[in-house]
Design a protein around this ligand. Sequence first.
Ligand code: MG
Length: 452
Amino acid sequence: MRLFGTNGVRGVSNEDMNPELALKLGKAIGSHLEKGSTVAIGMDPRTSGEMLKSALISGLLSSGIEVIDTGMLPTPALQYYVKHSECSAGVIITASHNPPKFNGIKVVAGDGTELPRSEEEKIEERYFNRRFRTVGWTEIRGVRTETGARELYIDGVVSMVDAKMIGERRFTVVLDCANGASTVTSPYILKKLGCRVISLNAQPDGAFPGHESEPSPENLKDLTEIVKESGADIGIAHDGDADRVIFVDEKGEYVYGDVSLSIVAKYIIKEKGGIVVTPVSSSSSVEDVVKENGGKVVYTRVGAPIVARKMIEIGASFGGEENGGLIFPEHQYCRDGAMGAAKMLEIMAKTGKRLSELVTEIPKYALYKTKMECPNELKEKVLEISAEKAGNDDRIDRTDGLKIYTAEGWVLIRPSGTEPIFRIFAESMEIEKSREMAETWKSILKKIVKSG
Ligand code: MG
């Protein structure tokens, strides 16, 4: 049985994500750690945050763990605190970009990175088999409140960029916090970087009254409008827990995540060379700009923790995903929305270019996405047969599902880890071509599934 999904435990508040689950999970996490260790806990502003936190803390305390309550924080800020403190682990209560009725619990390792799957399995085993450590009354520890985690993170991000150079440009920034956890950090970071900040949805509110917390083009209509009307230099948006960042250029154009990933990758490789790590689903524009500047791209399976682990393993210069999740190794090995924002401002300051100019410099590819149903038990076989159906001149990559490089571009066929479907992505220079490639493979797959 599995409890943790790709992004921790998620569910609907007070339905499957309830205090009983949080209490048991607190006991399981606490029992997994050494008696007497310290765990930091943080949360986003979702309505069930305090309820789940109280239950988690109870569970942790009953197993002999000391708890540090850091209050409301973005996920990367909690990770930064854990990395820079004596904590053996961290727990963040958030459902990231999911609608407001959801909440989730994610565990962070002592070095601030997301817990590897092998460790999660150990916690799950304790959870399902109720293998909890219950300490005697003399060994029960307490809860400390830590109000300094916020400042630690704010100063940490500011120290990672050339704040003086950014400050001299006096950028006007429209910031959309989506009523999420970034409300307590990002406005202050931008202020410290000398920006004039116009903030939207900047009061924490678990009902997300501004818009839902996925920074999609539909949800960022107000942001794009206000950037245009105010004559701002840039629009910045985070998802609910602010581990991701999305930009809007000075013309009010939404900048897709693979483009911003390419801009930052290009700049970092130009400056220090080395390797960029990204999942196989990322646009070829990343590899184009990295190669052009003498660097190398290493591809991984989809998932931020997988990218982060690979970066540690090979000593990469930078890594990230096409959804706005950017990882800066000198800062910390996890996605960090505010750090991504600070870096983009630094790039604008150092190059003297507007964001729209930086976007124009990135090769433009067209991505088409579709999906199709396939029973889970057939997935492996379907992929095997599909691999044989690729053209003779096509290059095949089996890093995650099946990626087929053709003369026009590539097609990626990925089995979903949670649903009985394949996700099919195709990328080429023209959207019509991408659509054709994806739909062709979709019908090939359908035939294979049909024949069982
Ligand atoms: Mg997130």
